[in-house]
Design a protein around this ligand. Structure first.
Ligand code: AMP
Ligand code: MG
Length: 330
C-alpha cells in the first residue's frame, strides 16, 4: 500500500495538470496605451478580450471619425449603442458623486491644451475662460449636449473596458486572470494556487514601483500627472484638468490609486481624487461611504492609505522604510 502511494500521487498530479487551465498572455496597444492580459483559460478568451477593447475604443474615442462619441460631440445628439449609453450614464453619476471634480464635459479644455492629439500648447487665459463656458456636466440631459459642448470618456473608458473584460472572462469560465490596461489594472479571482494577486503601484517620481497591494477580484486604478505631460518654459503641464480652473490640477498630489470592485468607478474616482487633493478626497470617501480603498502620494512624497488596505499594502524599494499614514472612516 505504502509503495503504491507515489504512483497514485503521480497519476493524480498528471490528471490535475492536464485539466488545469493554461496560462496565456497577450499584449497590444489600444486606447492610447500599452495593455497586457494574463488569463488561465482558453486562447480564444484573449482574442475576444482584445476584440472587445478595440470595439469599445472604436465607439468611445473622441478622435476616431466613426465613433459614436465623436458623432455626439459634433451633433449634440447621436444614436448611441448600449456601451456608449451605459458608460455615459455611469460617468454622469460619478461626475455628480464627485461634485464635478470629474466632469466629462471638460473636453474642449483638454483639447485646447493639445492632450487629445499630442500637439501641446499653453492656451491664453481668455481662451480658457471662454472654453469653461462649455464645461458643466449638469447641462447634459437625455444624453443630449448643449451647443458647443463636447464629452470625453477617457477618464473612465479603461476602467469600463476592464469591467467588460472581466464579464466575458466569467462567461468563458475563467477563474483567474490579470489585466493591465495602462493605469487601469483588474485582478480577477486569485492566482491559480489560491494566493492573492500582487499588483504594483508605480512610483510617481521614477520608473520604479512605490508599493504592491495584494488583491482578489479588485480593480486597481492609478491617476497621476506623470502619465502624460509636457514642459514649456520650465513649467510642467499634465493631462488632468481641474474643471473649475481649466488648468492642470494642482492639488498637492503626485498620484492616486483607487481599489475596488468596479473598474469604472475606480477609474472615475482616481481622476476625481487627483483633482480634489488629499483632504477633499478623504472627506468624500468618508461622507459618501465609498466602497473603495485608496493610496495617495503627495508631491512631497508622503503616502496615505485608507484603513482597508492595512495588511495588504507593502511599500517597496526606496519606500520600504517610509512612514505610511493610515486613515480611517472616522
Ligand atoms: P485618467 O488617466 O483616468 O486619470 O484620465 C485622464 C483623462 O481624462 C485625460 O487624458 C483627459 O482626456 C480626461 N480628463 C482630464 N481631466 C478630467 C476631468 N477633470 N474630468 C474628466 N475627464 C478628465
Ligand atoms: Mg480615471
Amino acid at each position: 500500500m505504502r509503495r503504491a502511494l507515489p504512483a497514485v500521487c503521480l497519476v493524480l498530479a498528471l490528471a490535475l495538470s492536464s485539466c488545469a487551465p493554461q496560462k496565456r498572455t497577450a499584449s497590444f496597444f489600444a486606447m492610447d496605451t500599452f495593455m497586457e492580459l494574463t488569463v488561465y483559460g482558453e486562447e480564444s478568451v484573449l482574442d475576444d478580450t482584445r476584440a472587445l477593447i478595440e470595439r469599445l475604443e472604436g465607439e468611445l474615442s473622441v478622435t476616431d471619425p466613426d465613433s459614436e462619441i465623436r458623432a455626439l460631440n459634433q451633433n449634440g445628439t447621436a444614436e448611441l449603442g448600449e456601451d456608449a449609453r451605459s458608460l455615459l450614464e455611469r460617468a454622469l453619476e460619478i461626475c455628480a458623486l464627485t461634485g464635478g471634480a470629474l466632469d466629462i464635459t471638460v473636453y474642449p479644455v483638454v483639447r485646447a491644451w493639445g492632450f487629445t492629439v499630442g500637439e501641446y500648447r499653453v492656451p491664453e487665459p481668455e481662451e480658457i475662460a471662454a472654453l469653461l463656458e462649455k464645461v458643466d456636466y449638469t447641462r447634459i440631459s437625455d444624453l443630449t449636449l448643449p451647443e458647443g459642448f463636447m464629452v470625453d470618456l477617457g477618464a473612465v473608458a479603461k476602467g469600463r473596458a476592464s469591467d467588460e473584460a472581466v464579464r466575458i472572462w466569467g462567461e468563458a469560465g475563467v477563474k483567474s486572470g490579470l489585466m493591465s490596461l495602462g493605469g487601469s489594472v483588474y485582478a480577477m479571482g486569485t492566482k491559480p494556487d489560491g494566493s492573492r494577486w500582487r499588483v504594483g503601484i508605480r512610483d510617481p517620481f521614477s520608473d520604479g514601483l512605490l508599493a504592491a497591494v495584494e488583491v482578489e477580484d479588485r480593480a486597481v486604478v492609478t491617476s497621476g500627472g506623470y502619465e502624460r505631460y509636457f514642459e514649456e518654459n520650465g513649467e510642467r503641464y499634465h493631462h488632468i484638468i481641474d474643471p473649475k480652473t481649466g488648468y492642470p490640477a494642482r492639488s498637492g498630489l503626485a498620484s492616486v490609486t483607487v481599489i475596488g470592485g468596479e473598474g469604472t468607478l475606480c477609474d472615475g474616482l482616481s481622476t476625481a481624487f487627483y483633482v480634489m487633493g488629499l483632504e477633499r478626497a478623504l472627506e468624500l470617501w468618508r461622507s459618501a461611504r465609498l466602497e473603495v480603498e485608496a493610496v495617495f502620494v503627495t508631491e512631497d512624497g508622503e503616502i496615505t492609505v485608507t484603513e482597508g488596505l492595512e495588511g495588504s499594502f507593502e511599500p517597496l524599494g526606496d519606500y520600504k522604510n517610509a512612514e505610511i499614514k493610515v486613515v480611517g472612516r472616522g
